[in-house]
Ligand binder design. Structure first.
Ligand code: PMP
Length: 354
């Protein structure tokens, strides 16, 4: 009898996405996963005390949260879909909208979950090289394809595309769905949301994880035409009716209610980022001009991997991707002013600058 385990052939084999490290040690300066250094809006904590009916299933449509987002964005409720972080929303969107034999297109340097979902869901894909300045070239997306997705600002480069480039891509892709992943749009970018009226094949995805300081709550959302939102809901209800737990529905809505706090904290991060960019230049780093809550920087002489390890020994966590084209770079999340000063102090002494 053969020893061969035939069932192995039926096991789906994938190379999973690897998230940034979440150390148990609370005593580190954590600049490796683009979290917001400020707490969520005060109303979120207050609402947390009122979450008590955990005995029941949550509202499968998460209507309170959908309504809060739609109202805030000036959309109909039927144009908003919510999920467990934008990762969940994007995975559902891949499943719903990318069902062509033709390859979907996305940049070669981008959010490293796209190729993982494509592999998992058996969606053919092609990556389009960013130019030598890490910019997306809209003309690369003119050819026939099964769909297009890119983040704006792109990750991990932080570079923002102007709306004209996005309309250019949309104008050349009227037969497929185009997803703009706006995880970092609230740190100074112009959203493609204003294009929804003109392009019924556009899906804009955003998250509460970065600008709303709620990565731990897991809330993301897609905005699109009613037809597309209906389609993604059908897929969700064919997979798991209750993706959104009750606390996330209530706390998410509480966050949206406090716009002043949202503007204040995102404004602080933008201000710290601009200060930090000047410091990076002084320290001998070069970097694309980020409009996100992180900077993607390379030192002119010292290898990124060495800085990464040395910072970690000093309890400062940064993100390093050991991948072609970007293995000279560090992705540095913008923390509080104090955290960024601790980093520049460390870099000053490590790089021997005084
Ligand atoms: N898109 C991009 C470009 C990201 O960098 C991230 C963060 N890892 C996400 C989506 C997912 O974020 P979340 O699931 O926390 O909303």
């Amino acid at each position: 009898m053969s020893n061969e385990k035939k069932w192995r052939a039926n096991i789906r084999s994938v190379v999973p996405y690897v998230p940034g490290e979440q150390p148990e040690d609370q005593d580190v300066i954590k600049l490796n996963t683009n979290e917001n250094p400020y707490p969520p809006a005060p109303g979120v904590r207050k609402m947390l005390e009122q979450v008590d009916d955990l005995r029941r299933y949550p509202d499968p449509a998460a209507s309170k949260l959908v309504h809060a987002i739609a109202d805030y964005k000036g959309l109909k409720d039927s144009q908003v879909f919510v999920g467990v972080g934008s990762d969940d929303v994007l995975a559902m969107a891949f499943m719903t909208f990318f069902n062509s034999e033709k390859p979907i297109l996305f940049p070669d340097i981008t959010y490293s979950f796209y190729d993982v979902w494509a592999d998992l869901l058996k969606i053919p894909y092609r990556t389009m090289d960013l130019d030598e300045d890490f910019q997306i070239r809209p003309a690369d997306y003119y050819g026939e394809n099964g769909g297009v997705i890119f983040p704006n600002p792109n990750a991990p480069t932080g570079l923002l595309m102007p709306l004209e480039s996005i309309t250019d891509i949309l104008d050349h892709n009227q037969d497929v769905i185009v997803i703009v992943d706006e995880a970092y749009i609230d740190f100074g970018g112009l959203s493609a949301l204003s294009l929804l009226d003109r392009y019924e094949n556009l899906v804009v995805v955003q998250t509460f994880s970065k600008s709303r300081s709620m990565a731990g709550m897991r809330i993301g959302y897609a905005m699109a035409s009613e037809e597309l939102i209906r389609a993604i809901n059908d897929v969700k209800y064919s997979f798991n009716s209750y993706t959104m737990n009750q606390p996330s529905i209530l706390l998410g809505a509480a966050s949206v209610a406090d716009d002043a706090y949202f503007k204040e904290t995102t404004g602080r991060i933008i201000k710290t980022r601009e200060w930090f960019k000047k410091e990076l230049t002084r320290l001998g780093f070069v970097f694309p001009d980020s409009r996100a809550n992180f900077v993607f920087a390379r030192h002119e002489t010292v290898p990124a991997a060495e800085i990464f390890e040395a910072a970690k020994k000093n309890k400062i966590y940064l993100r390093y991707f050991n991948k072609p084209r970007i293995n000279d770079y560090l992705r540095i999340t913008i923390g509080t002013e104090e955290e960024m000063r601790a980093l520049t102090d460390f870099l000053d002494s490590y790089l021997g600058i005084s």
